[in-house]
Design a protein around this ligand. Structure first.
Ligand code: NAD
Length: 297
């Protein structure tokens, strides 16, 4: 298939690689030339501007930081929608709010083009291994059409159609507000346990094998436990996801007391200048206030 891809970051680079490996004819663009060059060495073609990846493409992917970049790349001047072929399918893999997905879809449909939101989960490791889970919003027909290309980046058993356009983004926000809020709670719990005299590594092993286990705690193995806060998933992106979840809840008139506290903690960590660290770095706030270090080495 002829495929376009914009946004070759921590996730996008691996996803674009896997599309090339699967034999697709991939054209890429990123504002960072060095990221483009890596893909070109692997056999992709380079476009000089985002819209260039859409020329002749049957499928065009984006994996960008958030709603502002996604709206700009799709709907901005010389953006993807202007260049997408009639009948071609746009697929956004970023985490955005459902309103952004619906706005792009509306504009796409008005000119005979198609769009689905398909945010991903599984981290950089899942992107590299090509076994991400995908949460897809769009028509059943567009979902079916996308499956052959989505199978190059996601686990074929984890490609979920969640509903109409925007439903993938809603599902992703549900998933991530759980993960981000859990990080804050695990930091509190572990600071108490370590200060009360139990080794961090003992706490980790026992809780991992007990009812307090979670996907978030599993991610602590290589981050907090090793005192390694290199991303992975950046704090700035985690904060963006919680902000989007709270905005959606406000539109629906739903109280989010716990998530609001988690957002405040992530915002305080951002204020410390840790935006490009892994999201688990929020533990350092708790450590400084509790006067304890959670170190599993
Ligand atoms: P990233 O910041 O590493 O990558 C974003 C890429 O987009 C960068 O290469 C950047 O240069 C490029 N970019 C930014 N603006 C651009 C523009 N206007 N035109 C072209 N390229 C542009 O982010 P990431 O970690 O790869 O995450 C990408 C998306 O996936 C985000 O929405 C994030 O929330 C989501 N996500 C990330 C993870 C993770 O573990 N990192 C997991 C699931 C979902």
């Amino acid at each position: 298939m002829k495929v376009g891809f914009v946004g070759l970051g921590r996730m996008g680079e691996h996803m674009a690689r896997n599309l090339v490996r699967a034999g697709h004819d991939v054209t890429v663009y990123d504002v960072r030339q060095e990221a483009v060059e890596i893909l070109v060495e692997l056999g992709a073609s380079a476009a000089a501007e985002p819209g260039g990846v859409a020329i002749g493409a049957e499928f065009v992917f984006t994996s960008l930081p958030g709603p502002a970049e996604v709206s700009d790349v799709w709907q901005g001047e010389n953006g993807l929608l202007a260049r997408l072929e009639r009948g071609a399918l746009g697929i956004d893999l970023s985490t955005i709010g459902p309103d952004t997905a619906k706005a792009i879809d509306d504009e796409a449909r008005s000119s005979g083009k198609r769009f689905i939101d398909a945010p991903v989960s599984g981290g950089v490791w899942g992107a590299e291994a090509g076994n991400l889970s995908l949460m897809i919003g769009g028509t059943a027909e567009d979902f079916e059409d996308a499956l052959p290309v989505l199978a190059a980046i996601g686990d074929p058993d984890k490609l979920y159609r969640c509903g109409e356009i925007g439903a993938g983004s809603v599902t992703k926000l549900v998933n991530n507000l759980i993960g981000m809020s859990t990080n804050v709670v695990v930091a509190e719990a572990f600071s108490m346990g370590v200060k009360a005299g139990v080794d961090a590594s003992t706490l980790f092993d026992v809780v991992s094998a007990s009812s307090g286990d979670s996907a978030t705690l599993a991610q602590w193995k290589d981050s907090v436990m090793q005192r390694d806060f290199s991303p992975g998933f950046m704090l700035s992106l985690g904060h963006k996801d919680v902000r989007l979840a709270i905005e959606l809840a406000a539109q629906l008139d739903i109280p989010m007391p716990v998530t609001s506290v988690a957002k405040g903690r992530l915002a305080a960590a951002l204020d410390e200048g840790w935006s490009e660290e892994a999201v688990a770095v929020v533990v350092r706030l708790q450590e400084s206030e509790a006067d304890v270090v959670i170190d599993g080495r």
